[in-house]
Design a protein. Sequence first.
Length: 362
Amino acid sequence: MGIFEKGFERPSPIQEESIPIALTGRDILARAKNGTGKTAAFTIPILEKTDATKNIIQAVILVPTRELALQTAQVCKELGKHLGTQVMVTTGGTSLKDDIMRLHQTVHVVVATPGRLVDLAGKGVAKLSNVTMLAMDEADKLLAPEFEPVIAQVIDFCAKNRQILLYSATFPVTVKSFKDKWLRKPYVINLMEELTLKGITQYYAFVEERQKVHCLNTLFSKLQINQSMIFCNSVNRVELLARKITELGYSCFYIHAKMQQGDRNKVFHDFRAGSCRNLVSSDLFTRGIDIQSVNVVINFDFPKSGETYLHRVGRSGRFGHLGIAVNLVTYEDRFNLFRIEQELGTEIQQIPQNIDPAKYCR
């Protein structure tokens, strides 16, 4: 019922491959891009295998950022709504006291960032000895050198017969060494061929730096925007641009890494709830954030790397949704544009006078 109410009609490829394997109890190493339904691929088997009648923590989901933790916990709660499964989210930057109080009540699944969880487990507040399922999302980020010792601690707190589900968009060396050390005969899934840019029509407009705001204004007046995300390359530019957009008379929020966590949560929540049409963001916000109604992504500043481009543009047109991406490209950006096209094997076309609404409006 939870799956049905969430509006999922058929499993995406990553879900089809991982759910049956996860249910057998085998470790999984899955490589899949954002927007392919990764979150449900591990939350569904976790919820299925959790026994809501037992008052113990049975599963842990680790993610690298607070925003992703909140979003993943939300998916967990929605999918497990009719199971009586109690999901708790705990991340750094929030009140430790509240978490301790919450852990005195029933919790079956914990969604967490690693540092905070180790803190709670070390204090003996979060009892992880019955945790038989551990999922790690965005594992390439979680296994960065600064995180890895903490992850090892989390695993040591879990049950000896635990199952590990590892999901990552890229497989750097750290992921390989982690796999060799901790995973037992993992089932390997690789769905990287399915570019998240499917369903997204990409355009570029050659502009001078000083024409960018004017160009953006034109786009706003011409496009049928449900919701848009506009990316800048620096925190200062995010705030300046948000101010400019507001002066032009459009509703606009902004979000970046230097904001207080509470403010970030509020902006994310309000934008997601649809209380504002446009969101200006720095790259903090590109990974794994899924807002269904975003149908236009604008790179106000063109990104430097293919990976950043993919993560930004992969926001719109996520699994089964259509979207367009418009890149404002200056003379200096032209080599990056060409390089990213080659690297991602995709085509970024020159923007036409009129864009067919069928390409991005359902």
